[in-house]
Write a protein that binds this ligand. Structure first.
Ligand code: IPM
Ligand code: MN
Length: 370
């Protein structure tokens, strides 16, 4: 039985609660003789700041570098609103992305049939929705320098963030999008703002060139990022793969997430480049939702995005494609059976807690594997 090292970084807020449901699954795969996952746990975000004065310790970073995959919960909360900017909880996640070189963030937005009515859009617009946002994750305005607030001579302050992209950063994310499209409905929509941004002009140019040279069999369209946001709420099913930069991807993926009924539903995978020698790539899997401090510790959080993120790990890090399909099927079946956490429950119906959903997924896996 293959054996893999998983680093679990539950983080803050509801992070530990949703991670506990994935730990049940980890045990299940071992008991079934499918794969042995050796897990280690460490701190990230506000909890790491409280323990070490940093949003992630160097020791945790070293463990992340050594792991076959990292599973990440969520970070942040009002408790850390006043910590210095460089130590804010989010800095732990950004350091992981940057130092592990996780440039490709895959954010699928799938509307489970049972949840079409939980969406804020009409059922016919979202039913059967299956799109994926490919977000560039290690460049752009998140990391561009200078990034600072300076005081001017007249006492005013001036804040600067720098949006910056180089050719190879755009080429490699474009390739990820085209490769994915070939395994899906063969269409890529590239979103930028070339009408006002130089990075948009270059983005458009490079995506067009990579398409012509290597992926002419894939349908490519260019869309302005603001229009893409509008189209996502007007007619989301027109899309297959959307490829976009770090900041637009952050925003558009929140929009896409809500189409599916709840932010609590969306998993994501952040992948690095393939190591030519080993064929392995660094990877981190995390739900798109945040730490939800308002419901933390109450057992109410929806663990489906975290469980779905583990399914993505099975698929992209461990080559366990049939197992990933089965886990996604188990999630769909649990939803179809009517079990709902509060975020997706229809008004007037009874909601269950985080643990009940996790237990039901395990029970469903037992049934599907029998
Ligand atoms: C996300 C989050 C992060 C981001 C935050 C927590 C830094 O919103 O993963 O979408 O902005 O990338
Ligand atoms: Mn976000």
């Amino acid at each position: 039985m293959a054996s893999y090292n998983l680093l679990l970084l539950p983080g803050d807020g509801i992070g530990p609660e949703v991670m506990a449901e994935v730990e049940k699954l980890v045990g299940w795969y071992g008991r079934r003789g499918i794969a042995r996952f050796e897990t280690e746990k460490d701190l990230v975000g506000g909890s790491a700041y409280d323990a070490h004065g940093k949003a992630i310790s160097d020791a945790a970073m070293a463990r992340a570098q050594a792991a076959d995959a990292v599973l990440f919960g969520a970070v942040g909360g009002p408790k850390w609103d006043k910590v210095p900017y460089e130590h804010r909880p989010e800095a732990g996640l950004l350091r992981l992305r940057k130092e592990l070189g996780l440039f490709a963030n895959l954010r699928p937005a799938i509307c489970y049939p049972a949840l079409a009515d939980a969406s804020s859009l009409k059922r016919e617009l979202v039913e059967g929705l299956d799109i994926i946002i490919v977000r560039e994750l290690t460049g752009g305005v998140y990391f561009g320098e200078p990034k600072e607030i300076v005081t001017l001579e007249n006492g005013e302050k001036r804040a600067v963030d720098t949006q910056l992209y180089t050719t190879h950063e755009i080429e490699r994310i474009a390739r990820v999008a085209f490769e994915l499209a070939r395994k899906r409905r063969n269409k890529v929509s590239s979103a930028e703002k070339r009408n006002v941004m130089k990075t948009g002009v270059l983005w458009n140019e490079v995506v067009t060139r990579v398409h012509g040279a290597e992926y002419a069999d894939v349908e490519l369209e260019h869309v302005l990022a603001d229009n893409c946001g509008m189209q996502l709420v007007r007619n989301p099913k027109q899309y297959d793969v959307i490829v976009t930069d770090n900041l637009f991807g952050d925003i558009l993926s929140d929009v896409a997430a809500m189409l599916t009924g709840s932010l609590g539903m969306l998993p994501s995978a952040s992948l690095g480049a393939e190591d030519p020698a080993t064929g392995k790539r660094k990877a981190l899997y995390e739900p798109v939702h945040g730490s939800a401090p308002d419901i933390a510790g109450k057992g109410l959080a929806n663990p489906i995005a975290m469980i779905g993120s583990f399914a993505m790990a099975l698929r992209y890090s461990f080559g366990l494609v049939a197992e990933a399909d089965m886990l996604e099927k188990a999630i769909a079946n649990v939803l179809a059976s009517g079990l709902r956490t509060k975020d997706i429950a229809a008004a007037g119906t009874n909601a269950v807690g985080t643990r009940e959903i996790g237990d039901a997924v395990v029970a469903e896996l037992d049934r599907l594997a029998a």
